[in-house]
Design a protein around this ligand. Structure first.
Ligand SMILES: [Zn+2]
Length: 225
C-alpha cells in the first residue's frame, strides 16, 4: 500500500523541498510559469502536503519558502501564504489516492487550446496513445474558487492531465518527476496538434492502430516491472 501511495520513496522533507525548488525552476525555464504563475505540491505523508507559496517567481523560490498544509487546506507551517490555487491541488489528492505530486501551470500552446475551447482529444501521434491518451478540457471556473475543484472532479479518476478552460493545465503522478513529465508532454502534444492542423488535414490514428499501441504499451509496462 505504501508503495502505491507515491510518497514512500524514503525522501526526507528537506529533499522534497529541494525537489520543489528544482522542478519550479525547470517549469519556469520552459516558459510554463511566467511571472508568479503556476504552483506545485508534493505529499509529505497521508495528512500533509508541501506546497509552493503565492506571489513568488518560480525562478526565485527557495526551499524555505514552501508551505505545509493539511488535506483540508489549513496552513500548518511556513511564513509565506500558500498558493491561492490550493483547492485545485486538494481536489486531486482527495480523489486520487495514488497521486504523490501535482503540477499546475500555464504552458502557452496547451493554454491556447484551453482558450479555444479544445481539449487534446485527437490521437494524432503514437506518443499521445503511449503517454497520456486523451487530455480533456474541464469547464470554465474562476481561479481560486471551489468551482475549480468541481470542474476537475469528473475527469480525475480517468485522466492524469487536464486542460482548464481559459486558464491552463494540471497534471499529477506518483512522484514530482512524473507530474512534471506529464506537463511537458501536454505542451508537446499541444504543439504537435497545432502544427498538424496548420499543415492541413492531419491523419488521425485509426482505432485499430490505437488498439495495437495500447497492447504495445501494456506489454512494455509489464516487461519493465
Ligand atoms: Zn493558474
Amino acid at each position: 500500500m505504501e508503495e502505491h501511495m507515491g510518497y514512500s520513496e524514503g525522501k526526507s522533507e528537506a529533499e522534497r523541498r529541494r525537489d520543489l525548488v528544482l522542478f519550479s525552476k525547470l517549469l519556469h525555464r520552459l516558459g510554463f510559469m511566467p511571472g508568479t504563475s503556476g504552483n506545485l505540491s508534493i505529499r509529505l505523508d497521508r495528512q500533509r502536503l508541501l506546497v509552493t507559496p503565492t506571489s513568488v517567481s518560480k525562478f526565485l523560490l527557495t526551499a524555505e519558502d514552501m508551505v505545509i498544509v493539511d488535506l483540508e487546506g489549513r496552513q500548518l507551517e511556513g511564513s509565506r501564504k500558500v498558493t491561492s490555487e490550493l483547492s485545485m491541488h486538494l481536489a486531486v489528492y482527495q480523489h486520487r489516492d495514488d497521486v504523490g505530486a501535482v503540477v499546475h501551470s500555464h504552458p502557452p500552446v496547451a493554454t491556447a487550446f484551453a482558450c479555444a475551447g479544445r481539449g487534446l482529444e485527437e490521437m494524432l501521434c503514437q506518443e499521445a496513445v503511449m503517454t497520456l491518451g486523451v487530455v480533456p478540457l474541464a469547464a470554465y471556473a474562476t481561479t481560486g474558487t471551489s468551482e475549480v475543484a468541481a470542474s476537475l472532479v469528473p475527469f480525475l479518476p480517468f485522466h492524469d492531465a487536464i486542460l482548464m478552460a481559459n486558464h491552463g493545465a494540471v497534471s499529477y503522478g506518483s512522484t514530482l518527476l512524473e507530474a512534471f513529465q506529464k506537463m511537458e508532454t501536454v505542451e508537446h502534444l499541444a504543439q504537435i496538434a497545432l502544427v498538424a492542423h496548420q499543415l492541413g488535414a492531419p491523419r488521425i490514428l485509426k482505432q485499430e492502430e490505437i488498439d495495437q499501441l495500447r497492447d504495445a504499451k501494456a506489454r512494455y509496462l509489464h516487461n519493465s516491472q
